[in-house]
Design a protein around this ligand. Structure first.
Ligand SMILES: C[S@@+](CC[C@H](N)C(=O)[O-])C[C@H]1O[C@@H](n2cnc3c(N)ncnc32)[C@H](O)[C@@H]1O
Length: 356
């Protein structure tokens, strides 16, 4: 039983209950920007404090149908000692056509959840693939979803924990394989939200790191769909870390640069200044670059890096199949992609790549 995880800025929410459960729920709703009115005979001290400071309004009586009708969301947060106090707020909300849920029984959230009758989209960065590396906030969003639009690099095993009614839509982009165009993904998440559903867009790593998340945010905004982004643990740092490689290390290197290797250095589509990168003195972290690694190594060597420079390629970070291949820039250029090295992999170039 969870409160919505999307922004509720300015949305009037009525909470019935004054006990500890109501307090927790009120605080959670307030964190999301809701204008909360609480109705209860008695309030626990912290709730009373919120009311006294003018941060939460106190309604007279929930039987006032106007109070329910004036709300966009109704929450029955009465604890056991308060049950039987006043009318069935969920029934009142249903009568008034206002979405509602209760903390004691089954989830009563119904239909449209957004302030204007639309649903919402939460972009959840799922981390590198280990379910334990999904953030708490991301997990809560997932559990509150009606539909999950997922990528394969997200920790998809967690989807087994979703309620049976939750629809899962797979829009994975497989390198050289099945591919859902970004425009289609944008269309799907917007369409689902406009049907009044709580959509979680579940992605690997962090949505804003080579994740095209911002494009999805813009698509939602253009369609008037409320959208929130839950940051994720990016593979750029976590995958090396899971293999024991620190991307910075005091006394060794004072920074790191994350680049896409999708377009090789000699590809006109590449906008990365590989010469500058070679001279920058930072660790280089390459995502999406398995096939282009020999050409990347060639460019870095041509710009003056030492052939003995350590390189570590970490595949399937955070998954049971995780494996690290260690090599050097010279060997990569001269011998090509090491046997068995396949995407997804994060490649680390620099002295730290020799650590474990
Ligand atoms: C399209 S990018 C998405 C990156 C993601 N948004 C992030 O922040 O980690 C996909 C690339 O991320 C890297 N990657 C993501 N998850 C990985 C994992 N579990 N193990 C190794 N590499 C991973 C690979 O370089 C892969 O080609």
């Amino acid at each position: 039983m969870t409160a919505p995880t999307w922004r509720l800025a300015g949305v009037p929410v009525l909470v019935a209950g004054g006990g500890p459960g109501a307090l927790v729920e009120v605080v959670r709703l307030r964190e999301r920007g809701a204008d909360v009115t609480v109705v209860a005979h008695e309030l626990v001290p912290a709730l009373e404090d919120l009311v006294d400071r003018g941060l939460v309004a106190r309604g007279a009586d929930v039987t006032e149908a106007d109070l329910v009708r004036a709300s966009r969301l109704v929450v029955d947060a009465r604890d056991r000692t308060e049950q039987g106090e006043g009318p069935d707020v969920l029934a009142l909300a249903a009568e008034a056509g206002v979405p509602a849920y209760g903390l004691q029984g089954t989830d009563q959230v119904t239909g449209a959840q957004g302030p204007a009758g639309t649903g919402s989209v939460v972009l959840v960065g799922g981390g590198p693939g280990d379910p334990g590396l999904l953030t708490r906030r991301g997990y809560d969003a997932l559990r509150a979803a009606d539909v999950v639009v997922t990528d394969r690099l997200a920790p998809v095993s967690l989807l087994s924990e979703l309620a049976a009614h939750v629809e899962v839509i797979d829009v994975s982009k497989i390198p050289r394989g099945r591919f859902t165009p970004q425009e289609e993904i944008n269309r799907v998440i917007v369409e689902q939200a406009l049907r009044g559903r709580r959509v979680v867009r579940f992605k690997g790593g962090d949505s804003f790191v080579f994740g095209r998340g911002y494009e999805e945010v813009l698509a939602c905004r253009e369609a008037g769909v409320p959208v929130e982004v839950v940051p994720g643990v990016t593979s750029a740092v976590s995958v090396p870390e899971l293999a024991g490689i620190p991307v910075t290390n005091r006394g060794t290197v004072q920074g790191f640069t994350v680049v896409s290797g999708h377009a090789a250095p000699d590809d006109p589509r590449s906008s990365v200044d590989w010469d500058a990168l070679a001279r920058a003195g930072t660790t280089i972290v390459v995502l999406m670059g398995v096939e282009t690694l020999p050409r990347i190594a060639g460019a870095l060597l041509a710009a003056g890096r030492e052939p003995r420079t350590p390189v570590a390629c970490v595949m399937d970070g955070g998954l049971p199949s995780m494996r690290t291949v260690r090599t050097t820039l010279g060997a990569l250029r001269d011998e090509g992609v090491p046997e068995g090295l396949v995407p997804p992999a994060v490649t680390v170039v620099g002295e730290v790549a020799a650590l474990s």
